[in-house]
Design a protein around this ligand. Sequence first.
Ligand SMILES: NC(=O)c1ccc[n+]([C@@H]2O[C@H](COP(=O)([O-])OP(=O)(O)OC[C@H]3O[C@@H](n4cnc5c(N)ncnc54)[C@H](O)[C@@H]3O)[C@@H](O)[C@H]2O)c1
Length: 429
Amino acid sequence: MSNSKQIRLAVVGLGYVGLPIAVAWGKTKIALVLGFDINQRRIKELKKRYDRTGEVNKKDLILAKVKYSSNPKDLKWANFIVAALPTPIDRFKRPDLSYIKSAAKIIGENLSKNTIIVFESTVYPGVTEEICGPIIEKYSGLKCGKDFKIGYSPERINPGDKKHTIDKIVKVISAQDKKTLNLIEKVYGLICKAGLYKAPDIKTAEAAKVIENIQRDLNIALTNELSLIFQRMEISTKEVMKAAATKWNIQYFEPGLVSGHCIPVDPYYFTYKAQKMGYKPKIILAGRRINEYMPEYVADLTSRALKEAGKKIKDSKILVMGLTLKENVKDTRNSKIEKTIQKLKRKGVEVFGYDPLLSKKDVEKFGIKYIQNLSSFKGDGVVLAIIHNQFKKLSLVNLKRLMTNPPILIDIKSHFKNLKKDNFIYKSL
Ligand SMILES: NC(=O)c1ccc[n+]([C@@H]2O[C@H](COP(=O)([O-])OP(=O)(O)OC[C@H]3O[C@@H](n4cnc5c(N)ncnc54)[C@H](O)[C@@H]3O)[C@@H](O)[C@H]2O)c1
């Protein structure tokens, strides 16, 4: 593969990460692209140019020259494979590497000699070389580093974020040797116009990705802990952060629920490996504990507000607005508001859900009642969990109409300024 015309590229795993990359390469029309996923429904939909995650629009799906397939044998055609598989945790918060291992097996079984395989999944340092490489060797009968080469390039895209798209962010690349790194640079260079950063080795690149998310998790945990203290002092955390961030070396963070399948998950990959190596992380896990506690705290704030309002907790009606893992995306996986809802339900609260981005079925998955039009709800309080664009125009008058007096607002994102003067029972983080 000495020039880009010879690139026969396959992307394995067409989820939030894999599909946008496959499409980006497909749009260059330079590399031939195969999009492979074991999920046949996903492949069927992509063949009809429909992306259920909402990350890639129809126009781009039509423009991109990508052949979609769920037949593993098609992978034999490829000489450059990019693998973007899920890396969740199990119920004991341990890394679940089953997807990446099963994909490595499929790749191994269908590998042609001299192929480069680049992993994109977030993992702990060592997974690519110590787990994926040997599995591919085992099922291909080929030798890693000689008959095929491996690399790692962590993904930085942020679903729903149309500003930091793959072509506009610097991407880290790494490989098991220099020649492979140069080839990876050539292939990724076709789509990463903001630049590539060559990490000295694969483990460094794996570590760099996982600590990006740990740093963010910890910064939010600190802000969440501050908010638990400021709540008692009756000070707005958001206002404090705004004031503090006027100093040149203070970064602005907001308190909140840490949802999704990256930030609340990836630190456990790293702490798992650290513990395997004989070190018990203290700060990283302390941060996780604070962030894991926040959904429960929001439920407690809600019951406190009900008591202050003189309303009974049992059988009260609370509307949760915004159920997705963050604003303006349809993804609900690992949305931490679910924990708040469960706790409220255990207290006997009747919980309703309103989210213009979700279907009735999606909302009902939370075990709550679906509200299609805000005007059809009349209850005791509202938990405003995230601020979709559609919620930005919410007026106090409209909010008040949803509730009996006194109205209760749990404003997780501090979208409104303290509404006590407007006769709300108002709580925020
Ligand atoms: N989503 C993000 O915002 C984001 C950002 C940065 C990094 N990451 C990391 O990227 C990785 C992928 O995440 P994602 O959000 O794209 O996951 P996802 O769940 O959206 O997609 C994964 C896809 O892989 C497919 N798949 C599963 N097993 C397979 C196999 N054996 N062979 C082929 N396909 C298989 C699934 O059907 C699915 O379509 C994870 O490690 C994640 O932590 C995600």
